[in-house]
Design a protein around this ligand. Sequence first.
Ligand code: RIB
Length: 300
Amino acid sequence: MKITVIGSISTDIIVEASVAPMVGETVRGDKLSFSYGGKGANQAIAVSRLGVETEMIGSVGQDDFGSRLVRNLDENSINTKCIKIVERHSGTAIIQLIKGDNSIIYIPGANEELTIDDIENVRDDLESSSFVIIQNEVNEGVVKRTIDICDELNVPTLYNPAPARQISEKYIDKVSYLTPNETEFKVLFPNQSVEAVLYRYPLKLIVTLGEKGALFYDGAEIKLIAAYKVENVVDTTGAGDCFNGAFAVARMKGLEVEQAIKFANLAASISIQKLGAQAGSPTLNEIKEHIQYEKEWDFE
Ligand code: RIB
Protein backbone atom coordinates (compact mmCIF):
# COMPACT_ATOMS: atom_id res chain seq x y z
CA MET A 1 0.00 0.00 0.00
CA LYS A 2 1.52 3.25 -1.14
CA ILE A 3 0.48 6.91 -0.91
CA THR A 4 1.73 9.24 -3.62
CA VAL A 5 1.94 12.98 -3.01
CA ILE A 6 2.13 15.38 -5.93
CA GLY A 7 3.17 18.85 -4.90
CA SER A 8 5.59 21.48 -3.76
CA ILE A 9 9.01 20.93 -2.24
CA SER A 10 10.45 24.11 -0.74
CA THR A 11 12.89 25.65 1.68
CA ASP A 12 11.24 27.59 4.49
CA ILE A 13 13.06 30.67 5.73
CA ILE A 14 11.60 31.36 9.14
CA VAL A 15 11.85 34.76 10.78
CA GLU A 16 10.74 34.90 14.42
CA ALA A 17 9.81 38.18 16.06
CA SER A 18 7.59 39.34 18.91
CA VAL A 19 5.67 41.85 16.77
CA ALA A 20 4.88 42.01 13.07
CA PRO A 21 6.08 45.16 11.28
CA MET A 22 3.45 47.60 10.01
CA VAL A 23 3.79 48.85 6.43
CA GLY A 24 6.87 51.08 6.25
CA GLU A 25 8.10 50.03 9.71
CA THR A 26 11.25 48.08 10.61
CA VAL A 27 11.24 45.82 13.66
CA ARG A 28 14.02 43.75 15.18
CA GLY A 29 13.60 39.98 14.81
CA ASP A 30 14.68 37.38 17.35
CA LYS A 31 15.75 34.41 15.27
CA LEU A 32 16.35 33.22 11.70
CA SER A 33 16.13 29.55 10.70
CA PHE A 34 16.09 27.53 7.50
CA SER A 35 13.97 24.41 7.41
CA TYR A 36 12.37 21.97 5.02
CA GLY A 37 8.88 22.76 3.80
CA GLY A 38 6.52 22.97 0.86
CA LYS A 39 2.97 21.74 1.40
CA GLY A 40 3.52 18.66 -0.77
CA ALA A 41 6.76 17.64 0.92
CA ASN A 42 5.25 18.26 4.37
CA GLN A 43 2.34 15.98 3.51
CA ALA A 44 4.68 13.30 2.18
CA ILE A 45 6.76 13.47 5.39
CA ALA A 46 3.58 13.15 7.49
CA VAL A 47 2.62 10.00 5.58
CA SER A 48 6.07 8.45 5.65
CA ARG A 49 6.60 9.08 9.39
CA LEU A 50 3.40 7.13 9.98
CA GLY A 51 5.07 4.11 8.43
CA VAL A 52 3.41 4.08 5.01
CA GLU A 53 5.32 3.64 1.74
CA THR A 54 5.42 7.11 0.19
CA GLU A 55 6.30 8.49 -3.22
CA MET A 56 6.79 12.19 -3.95
CA ILE A 57 6.29 13.77 -7.36
CA GLY A 58 7.48 17.32 -7.81
CA SER A 59 10.21 19.56 -9.12
CA VAL A 60 13.26 21.21 -7.54
CA GLY A 61 15.99 23.50 -8.84
CA GLN A 62 19.55 22.62 -9.81
CA ASP A 63 20.76 24.75 -6.89
CA ASP A 64 22.13 23.56 -3.52
CA PHE A 65 18.70 23.95 -2.00
CA GLY A 66 17.30 21.49 -4.54
CA SER A 67 19.75 18.73 -3.68
CA ARG A 68 19.19 19.26 0.05
CA LEU A 69 15.42 19.15 -0.43
CA VAL A 70 15.62 15.80 -2.23
CA ARG A 71 18.12 14.41 0.30
CA ASN A 72 15.77 15.31 3.13
CA LEU A 73 12.97 13.34 1.46
CA ASP A 74 15.31 10.39 0.85
CA GLU A 75 16.34 10.46 4.50
CA ASN A 76 12.68 10.25 5.42
CA SER A 77 12.31 7.06 3.35
CA ILE A 78 10.33 8.75 0.57
CA ASN A 79 10.70 7.51 -3.00
CA THR A 80 12.07 10.47 -4.98
CA LYS A 81 12.68 8.82 -8.37
CA CYS A 82 10.06 11.01 -10.09
CA ILE A 83 11.30 14.34 -8.76
CA LYS A 84 12.38 16.52 -11.65
CA ILE A 85 15.44 18.78 -11.46
CA VAL A 86 15.11 22.00 -13.44
CA GLU A 87 17.13 25.10 -14.24
CA ARG A 88 15.35 27.43 -11.88
CA HIS A 89 15.70 28.28 -8.21
CA SER A 90 14.03 25.83 -5.86
CA GLY A 91 10.73 26.75 -4.23
CA THR A 92 11.03 28.98 -1.19
CA ALA A 93 8.69 30.28 1.49
CA ILE A 94 9.39 33.24 3.73
CA ILE A 95 7.60 32.57 6.99
CA GLN A 96 6.98 35.25 9.56
CA LEU A 97 6.42 33.61 12.92
CA ILE A 98 4.95 35.82 15.59
CA LYS A 99 4.18 34.06 18.91
CA GLY A 100 3.56 30.69 17.22
CA ASP A 101 1.32 32.02 14.45
CA ASN A 102 2.59 32.27 10.92
CA SER A 103 2.08 34.26 7.74
CA ILE A 104 3.76 33.08 4.57
CA ILE A 105 5.02 34.47 1.28
CA TYR A 106 5.50 31.58 -1.14
CA ILE A 107 7.77 31.84 -4.18
CA PRO A 108 7.05 28.77 -6.37
CA GLY A 109 10.27 28.74 -8.47
CA ALA A 110 10.93 25.16 -9.62
CA ASN A 111 7.58 23.95 -8.23
CA GLU A 112 5.97 25.77 -11.14
CA GLU A 113 7.92 23.67 -13.64
CA LEU A 114 5.94 20.52 -12.94
CA THR A 115 3.79 20.06 -16.06
CA ILE A 116 0.76 18.14 -17.25
CA ASP A 117 3.13 15.96 -19.31
CA ASP A 118 5.04 15.08 -16.15
CA ILE A 119 1.78 13.85 -14.66
CA GLU A 120 1.03 11.78 -17.78
CA ASN A 121 4.50 10.26 -17.43
CA VAL A 122 3.81 9.05 -13.87
CA ARG A 123 0.48 7.43 -14.71
CA ASP A 124 1.82 4.01 -13.69
CA ASP A 125 2.96 5.38 -10.34
CA LEU A 126 -0.49 6.80 -9.78
CA GLU A 127 -2.10 3.53 -10.77
CA SER A 128 -0.02 1.60 -8.26
CA SER A 129 -1.01 3.98 -5.42
CA SER A 130 -3.65 3.28 -2.82
CA PHE A 131 -4.17 7.01 -2.35
CA VAL A 132 -3.02 10.22 -4.04
CA ILE A 133 -2.70 13.60 -2.30
CA ILE A 134 -2.45 16.90 -4.13
CA GLN A 135 -2.58 20.60 -3.16
CA ASN A 136 -2.33 23.99 -4.87
CA GLU A 137 1.37 24.88 -4.71
CA VAL A 138 1.69 23.42 -8.21
CA ASN A 139 0.04 24.66 -11.43
CA GLU A 140 -3.71 24.41 -11.80
CA GLY A 141 -3.34 22.20 -14.92
CA VAL A 142 -1.27 19.71 -12.90
CA VAL A 143 -3.95 19.54 -10.21
CA LYS A 144 -6.71 19.02 -12.78
CA ARG A 145 -4.83 16.36 -14.75
CA THR A 146 -3.98 14.48 -11.55
CA ILE A 147 -7.62 14.48 -10.49
CA ASP A 148 -8.74 13.33 -13.96
CA ILE A 149 -6.22 10.50 -14.18
CA CYS A 150 -6.93 9.26 -10.65
CA ASP A 151 -10.63 9.34 -11.44
CA GLU A 152 -10.06 7.28 -14.60
CA LEU A 153 -7.89 4.83 -12.65
CA ASN A 154 -10.25 4.71 -9.68
CA VAL A 155 -7.53 5.76 -7.25
CA PRO A 156 -8.87 7.68 -4.22
CA THR A 157 -7.67 11.27 -4.01
CA LEU A 158 -7.37 13.84 -1.29
CA TYR A 159 -7.36 17.38 -2.66
CA ASN A 160 -6.13 19.98 -0.18
CA PRO A 161 -7.03 23.29 -1.92
CA ALA A 162 -4.21 25.28 -0.30
CA PRO A 163 -3.27 28.01 -0.97
CA ALA A 164 -6.75 29.11 -2.03
CA ARG A 165 -7.65 28.90 -5.72
CA GLN A 166 -10.94 28.38 -7.52
CA ILE A 167 -11.66 25.15 -9.36
CA SER A 168 -14.80 24.02 -11.15
CA GLU A 169 -17.27 21.74 -9.41
CA LYS A 170 -16.59 18.97 -11.88
CA TYR A 171 -13.19 18.41 -10.21
CA ILE A 172 -14.62 18.60 -6.72
CA ASP A 173 -17.05 15.88 -7.73
CA LYS A 174 -14.19 13.64 -8.82
CA VAL A 175 -12.04 13.82 -5.67
CA SER A 176 -12.63 11.56 -2.68
CA TYR A 177 -11.83 14.20 -0.04
CA LEU A 178 -11.64 17.98 -0.11
CA THR A 179 -10.01 19.69 2.89
CA PRO A 180 -10.17 23.51 2.74
CA ASN A 181 -9.64 25.74 5.74
CA GLU A 182 -12.15 28.56 6.26
CA THR A 183 -10.34 31.00 3.96
CA GLU A 184 -9.98 28.44 1.18
CA PHE A 185 -13.61 27.44 1.63
CA LYS A 186 -14.71 31.03 0.88
CA VAL A 187 -12.70 31.08 -2.35
CA LEU A 188 -14.04 27.71 -3.49
CA PHE A 189 -17.65 28.39 -2.52
CA PRO A 190 -18.15 32.17 -2.55
CA ASN A 191 -21.27 33.46 -0.80
CA GLN A 192 -22.30 30.00 0.35
CA SER A 193 -22.64 28.90 3.95
CA VAL A 194 -20.37 26.17 5.27
CA GLU A 195 -23.43 24.28 6.46
CA ALA A 196 -25.15 24.30 3.05
CA VAL A 197 -22.04 23.09 1.23
CA LEU A 198 -21.27 20.39 3.83
CA TYR A 199 -24.73 18.93 3.19
CA ARG A 200 -23.87 18.66 -0.52
CA TYR A 201 -20.69 16.68 0.09
CA PRO A 202 -21.26 14.07 2.80
CA LEU A 203 -18.11 12.27 3.98
CA LYS A 204 -16.10 14.21 1.39
CA LEU A 205 -15.82 17.82 2.47
CA ILE A 206 -13.82 18.43 5.64
CA VAL A 207 -13.52 22.07 6.64
CA THR A 208 -10.55 22.56 8.94
CA LEU A 209 -10.90 25.23 11.61
CA GLY A 210 -7.41 25.37 13.14
CA GLU A 211 -7.49 25.16 16.93
CA LYS A 212 -11.26 24.54 16.86
CA GLY A 213 -10.99 21.26 14.92
CA ALA A 214 -12.73 20.16 11.73
CA LEU A 215 -16.29 20.00 10.41
CA PHE A 216 -17.84 17.33 8.21
CA TYR A 217 -21.28 15.92 7.40
CA ASP A 218 -21.68 12.19 8.02
CA GLY A 219 -24.94 11.84 6.07
CA ALA A 220 -27.07 12.30 9.19
CA GLU A 221 -25.63 15.34 10.94
CA ILE A 222 -22.87 17.93 10.74
CA LYS A 223 -20.15 17.09 13.24
CA LEU A 224 -17.39 19.20 14.74
CA ILE A 225 -14.43 17.02 15.64
CA ALA A 226 -12.64 19.10 18.24
CA ALA A 227 -8.91 19.65 18.05
CA TYR A 228 -6.75 18.47 20.94
CA LYS A 229 -5.64 21.20 23.33
CA VAL A 230 -1.94 22.04 23.22
CA GLU A 231 -0.33 24.11 25.98
CA ASN A 232 3.06 24.71 24.41
CA VAL A 233 2.42 25.72 20.79
CA VAL A 234 5.76 26.44 19.14
CA ASP A 235 4.90 26.69 15.43
CA THR A 236 1.63 25.98 13.63
CA THR A 237 3.31 25.98 10.18
CA GLY A 238 2.53 22.73 8.39
CA ALA A 239 -0.13 21.59 10.88
CA GLY A 240 -2.66 21.46 8.04
CA ASP A 241 -0.25 19.40 5.94
CA CYS A 242 0.27 16.97 8.79
CA PHE A 243 -3.52 16.72 9.19
CA ASN A 244 -3.93 15.86 5.49
CA GLY A 245 -1.17 13.26 5.43
CA ALA A 246 -2.40 11.60 8.63
CA PHE A 247 -6.01 11.63 7.46
CA ALA A 248 -5.05 9.87 4.21
CA VAL A 249 -3.06 7.26 6.15
CA ALA A 250 -5.93 6.65 8.56
CA ARG A 251 -8.47 6.24 5.74
CA MET A 252 -6.15 3.97 3.84
CA LYS A 253 -5.78 1.83 6.96
CA GLY A 254 -9.55 1.54 7.19
CA LEU A 255 -10.62 4.05 9.85
CA GLU A 256 -14.04 5.63 9.27
CA VAL A 257 -13.98 9.31 8.31
CA GLU A 258 -14.81 10.53 11.82
CA GLN A 259 -12.06 8.47 13.44
CA ALA A 260 -9.63 9.40 10.67
CA ILE A 261 -10.28 13.09 11.42
CA LYS A 262 -9.65 12.47 15.14
CA PHE A 263 -6.42 10.65 14.33
CA ALA A 264 -5.35 13.49 12.02
CA ASN A 265 -6.23 16.07 14.69
CA LEU A 266 -3.98 14.24 17.14
CA ALA A 267 -1.11 14.09 14.63
CA ALA A 268 -1.50 17.82 13.88
CA SER A 269 -1.58 18.69 17.59
CA ILE A 270 1.75 16.92 18.10
CA SER A 271 3.25 18.55 15.01
CA ILE A 272 2.89 22.10 16.35
CA GLN A 273 5.15 21.48 19.33
CA LYS A 274 8.40 21.88 17.37
CA LEU A 275 9.79 24.62 15.16
CA GLY A 276 9.47 24.00 11.41
CA ALA A 277 6.81 22.49 9.18
CA GLN A 278 8.24 18.97 9.24
CA ALA A 279 10.23 18.64 12.48
CA GLY A 280 7.21 17.95 14.68
CA SER A 281 5.36 15.64 12.30
CA PRO A 282 4.94 12.54 14.48
CA THR A 283 6.00 8.96 13.91
CA LEU A 284 3.43 6.22 14.40
CA ASN A 285 5.11 5.28 17.70
CA GLU A 286 4.86 8.84 19.00
CA ILE A 287 1.14 8.83 18.24
CA LYS A 288 0.63 5.39 19.76
CA GLU A 289 2.40 6.43 22.95
CA HIS A 290 0.32 9.60 23.23
CA ILE A 291 -2.13 9.67 26.10
CA GLN A 292 -4.92 10.54 23.68
CA TYR A 293 -4.28 7.63 21.32
CA GLU A 294 -7.45 5.56 21.06
CA LYS A 295 -6.90 1.81 21.29
CA GLU A 296 -9.72 1.16 18.79
CA TRP A 297 -7.59 2.78 16.05
CA ASP A 298 -5.47 -0.35 16.28
CA PHE A 299 -2.74 0.90 13.98
CA GLU A 300 0.13 -1.22 12.72
O1 RIB B 1 1.72 24.62 4.77
C1 RIB B 1 2.94 25.10 5.20
C2 RIB B 1 3.89 25.28 4.07
O2 RIB B 1 3.39 26.22 3.17
C3 RIB B 1 5.26 25.73 4.46
O3 RIB B 1 6.15 24.68 4.75
C4 RIB B 1 5.72 26.59 3.32
O4 RIB B 1 6.59 25.95 2.47
C5 RIB B 1 4.42 27.03 2.68
O5 RIB B 1 4.42 27.15 1.35
